[in-house]
Design a protein around this ligand. Structure first.
Ligand code: RIB
Length: 308
């Protein structure tokens, strides 16, 4: 069982065959709206992979907010801890998707994400402590809320997972409340101040976080896979090769996979492999919440293990 604390957005996509330069207008290839927000993406991911999932977040009192909550419900996420702030708009993201490369550029207007306060999260955690095993948090909500969630989660004996995205400087004292941190290469650089170019750099920078009290660092490295560093492991777990359609939400799908696997007591390395499979299948489809089902993930894992 998972609890996800974080952002809820509507994603407005324009697909392009190249990104504009500053001051330039380019004509897009198409427009679509998808549910998004790192928190909501991770919650939908956990639910689709079979975990009972609580979402703690905030929306505005607008049609977008209502639609995003309905979407979470439809995906099996428990929405009773979503708070409505009628004085602000629901968070939105504008996304340029490059159809040639699968790369993206994203701008977020957080709106109600900023209304999520420590007391909302503490109350949700206290009420659900008996049912939840893993807590998953990202950085699209106020930092004081992130800190309160991790502190409370730890106090209640949960496994805490922090996805430090988008990158922000963090107070080092928070690491003692984090069991697993899941940065990408750039976030790892920003958190540690180290230059991270090679796999060895990733290992060295991860050790800095381990020294601060994090039990495991799992750095997502795109098509290379994910680098796992914990007390007795230092390993690159290779990615699955797939045809890239849309990388938006790949990190979120990975985090959901990791949280569900850890919640089921998989060994860390096996959990990272499971998360790699979830992220691989997600990037073959458009939309941040186009996370695969459990059956799809298991079939990819099986296919790969019989072909190696
Ligand atoms: O990680 C992808 C997400 O980042 C998008 O869904 C967008 O809403 C932004 O929050």
């Amino acid at each position: 069982m998972s609890m996800v604390v974080g952002s809820i957005h509507a994603d407005f996509y324009i697909s392009v065959d190249r990104f504009p330069q500053v001051g330039e207008t380019v004509i897009g290839l198409g427009f679509s709206v998808f549910p998004g927000g790192k928190g909501a993406n991770q919650a939908v991911g956990c639910a689709r992979l079979g975990a009972e999932t609580f979402m703690v977040g905030a929306v505005g009192g607008d049609d977008i907010g209502r639609a995003m909550v309905e979407n979470l419900k439809r995906n099996g996420v428990v929405v009773k801890h979503i708070f409505v702030d009628r004085s602000v708009h629901t968070g939105v993201a504008f996304i340029l998707l490059n159809t040639e490369t699968g790369d993206n550029m994203i701008v977020v207007a957080p709106g109600a994400d900023n209304s999520l306060k420590p007391h909302h999260v503490e109350k949700a955690l206290e009420e659900e402590a008996q049912r939840v095993r893993t807590l998953l948090v990202q950085l699209e909500i106020p930092l004081e809320t992130v800190y309160a969630a991790l502190r409370k989660g730890k106090e209640l004996g949960l496994t805490t997972i922090l996805n430090p995205a988008p990158a922000k400087p963090l107070d080092e004292s928070v690491y003692r409340y984090v069991d697993v941190i899941v940065p990408n290469r750039i976030e790892l650089e920003q958190l540690t101040g180290a230059t991270v170019k090679s796999l060895d750099d990733v290992f060295r920078a991860s050790e800095i976080l381990v020294k601060h009290g994090v039990k495991a660092v799992v750095t997502t490295m795109g098509s290379l896979g994910a680098a796992l560093v914990a007390q007795d492991v230092k390993k690159l777990v290779k990615a699955f090769r797939v045809r890239v359609v849309d990388t938006v939400g790949a990190g979120d799908a990975f985090c959901a996979g990791l949280a569900v696997a850890i919640g089921e007591n998989m060994e860390l390395e096996e959990a990272v492999r499971f998360a790699n499979a979830v992220a691989a299948l997600k990037i073959t489809r458009q939309g941040a919440q186009s996370v695969p089902t459990r059956a799809e993930v298991e079939s990819l894992l099986e296919k790969e293990s019989t072909s190696t």
